[in-house]
Design a protein around this ligand. Structure first.
Ligand code: Z5A
Length: 209
């Protein structure tokens, strides 16, 4: 029986990394064999592409180059990690996937969503996440969390307006696909966020998704 593909999305600082281990623990508690991974990245080749994407100087990478590198990394990640894990019956829990491309390169950079959808089809064929957690908060609500961290890659230097556009695309996609998305209000205290995550996992993952 093939495994399931679960993704976690949201604007930066919303708590994806923090909650990934929590979600994995709950899934393991239900008896699933879970592999945690991330995008861009997840395999040595895709991590090398990630470094190119994040370390370029602001303004030094044309948006289409950025888009193609995201999908180049994704193609390697799919072939070398995600698909083999799913085929082996493992559950794949991924920190960001193609919804991030629609949100960042589409909403943030203004690239044509039809072009992104064409690349999605080329690279992924029929593969789509089975379930996606959207950790939602305004960029204003996560600003303090981001500044506490002190690091600033190329994306983290974008302004609030950029992250507002990114969030709008995430919300629009969740609205269009309610059967796949579970929106969690991530502006609240971590305990409350994780209570919601636990409830969703308990109800959604016991039955077949
Ligand atoms: N990107 C793209 O453009 N297109 C694509 O297709 C893909 C990605 C796949 C790298 O992603 C960049 O790639 C990303 C988009 C782009 N850049 N941006 N923006 P990344 O996932 O590696 O980077 P990130 O989004 O910046 O992740 P992050 O900085 O690690 O944020 P996070 O994982 O969502 O947050 P966190 O590290 O778990 O939490 C941040 C802090 O807040 C931390 O101190 C926590 O302890 C704290 N926290 C978390 N939750 C709470 C709550 N509920 N209350 C209080 N404090 C909290």
């Amino acid at each position: 029986m093939p495994g399931r593909f679960v993704t976690v999305e949201g604007i930066e600082g919303v708590g994806k990394s923090t909650n990934l281990a929590f979600i994995a623990d709950r899934l393991r508690g239900l008896g699933h064999d879970v592999v945690i991974t991330r995008e861009p990245g997840g395999t040595p080749l895709a991590e090398a592409i990630r470094a190119v994407l994040l370390d370029a100087a602001p303004g030094d990478m044309p948006p289409i180059t950025e888009l193609l590198l995201m999908f180049a990394a994704r193609a390697a990640h799919l072939a070398q990690l995600i698909q083999p894990a799913l085929d082996a019956g493992r559950w794949v829990l991924c920190d960001r996937f193609t919804d991030a491309t629609f949100a960042y390169q589409g909403g943030g950079r203004g690239l044509d969503p039809a072009a992104i959808a064409a690349l999605e089809q080329l690279v992924q064929q029929e593969l789509r996440p089975d379930l996606t957690f959207l950790l939602d908060a305004t960029p204003e609500a996560t600003a303090a969390r981001r500044s506490d961290r002190g690091t600033n890659d190329r994306f983290e230097q974008e302004d609030l307006e950029f992250f507002r556009r990114v969030r709008q695309v995430y919300l629009a996609r969740a609205d269009a696909e309610p059967q796949r998305f579970r929106i969690v209000d991530a502006s609240r205290e971590l305990q409350q966020v994780q209570r919601d995550l636990a409830d969703i996992i308990a109800t959604d993952f016991k039955k077949s998704i």
